[in-house]
Design a protein. Structure first.
Lengths: 278, 85
């Protein structure tokens, strides 16, 4: 216990700790525990029946799958975007840099409608995809596009400071030891930005999981095919089945916790590896 | 002495004429084609995912003209279900 309360020159530890715990409890813990309590009132049989409904399971598969895919696409292209923005000069760079924040600024309904208008059959891009047989709007592809749109700034904004902090001396040292740029990228640059990459991935993934506004328009909401879990929860609430809604939400919450915990472990592990390389 | 000063600029000119595109590449720089590819990918990706939706919002909003845009704020206008489907 005495190790807990190490003497610190900064005053007010007790007060600030107390306030932090109170604030987090009120804002985070109490609402989340309400989920558990409401679902517990259902009884396990009914809980399992609600959650293993084929329509619900299909929505889980769609939501998690599309979010994972969108977050992966964002990590890949987000790294390229962040690298170009930090390391290169090109015309329009400042404008592009500012535009990356656009998905933050646009209300989700607006982005949903805009994307639907673009990718529907007569849309600007949809009209070229239709002869190829690719259905962008009202399909899982549309959902992935929408989720990529809203997750983009997370990855880019997380990676930019990390790439800016890269020590050029390490890259120069690698070059002096005979590495070409590809080897340097793989063994020097990527490990250094890996924590930021994982953080960006986790944030884009988490945002995509809960996304409702921009997805409901472009998905078409066909049960078993393009229904996302957020929509199912709202449908259940509209039918006054609060317990069912919280049951579905609880499964998503637990799965999200598990995934974010796993990503945290990955980040810690990757940070440990970095520590060895001063 | 003055001879040497005159000679140096000539020598520099010669080397410049030989290597105009292939300027000295630093050890921490990518090959030029990689740079251009990455920049093109960046601009292409961001155009597709950011600029096109942004422009679409404005174009669709003003498609029926500025008058119709401002009229849509009026509460007396009957609610239309715009057929996006």
């Amino acid at each position: 216990m005495s190790q807990f309360r190490k003497y610190s020159v900064l005053p007010g530890f007790n007060l600030t700790l107390g306030y932090t715990v109170l604030y987090l409890s009120l804002i985070v813990l109490v609402p989340l525990s309400a989920l558990f309590i409401k679902s517990a009132g259902m009884g396990f049989e009914q809980f399992w029946e609600t959650v293993s409904n084929p329509r619900v399971v299909a929505s889980y598969r769609l939501t998690f799958g599309a979010s994972l895919l969108a977050a992966t696409i964002n990590v890949f292209f987000g790294f390229i975007v962040a690298w170009s923005l930090v390391r290169y000069r090109f015309p329009g760079k400042k404008l592009v840099d500012a535009m990356v924040d656009l998905p933050f600024a646009l209300p989700t309904a607006v982005s949903g409608i805009a994307l639907t208008a673009i990718y529907s059959q007569n849309g600007w891009i949809g009209q070229f995809l239709e002869p190829l047989g690719i259905k962008a709007a009202f399909s899982p592809l549309g959902i992935v596009i929408a989720l990529t749109f809203i997750g983009l700034p997370f990855v880019v904004r997380t990676l930019q400071p990390a790439i800016e902090d890269l020590h050029k001396e390490n890259e120069e040292a690698a070059a002096s030891l005979g590495a070409n740029r590809l080897l340097t990228l793989r063994y020097v640059i990527l490990p250094a930005v890996m924590p930021a990459l994982l953080t960006g991935f986790a944030m884009a993934f988490a945002r995509a999981l809960g996304e409702y506004g921009s997805v409901v328009f472009i998905s078409g909401n066909m049960p078993m095919k393009t229904e996302i879990t957020s929509l199912l929860i709202i449908t259940k609430l509209e039918q006054y089945d609060t317990a069912g809604a919280t049951a579905i939400a609880l499964v998503m919450l637990v799965a999200s916790f598990v995934l974010l915990f796993a990503i945290n472990i990955l980040q810690w592990w990757s940070g440990q590896r970095q520590r060895g390389v001063a | 002495m003055s001879q040497a000063i005159v000679d140096v600029p000539k020598a520099a000119n010669v080397s410049q004429r030989h290597s105009s595109a292939a300027t000295i590449r630093g050890a921490t720089d990518e090959p030029t084609w990689v740079k251009y590819l990455l920049i093109t990918t960046t601009i292409g990706f961001l155009t597709l995912f950011l600029f096109v939706p942004l422009v679409a919002v404005f174009v669709e909003a003003f498609r029926k003209g500025v008058g119709a845009y401002f009229a849509s704020f009026s509460i007396h206008r009957p609610l239309q279900r715009s057929s996006l489907r």
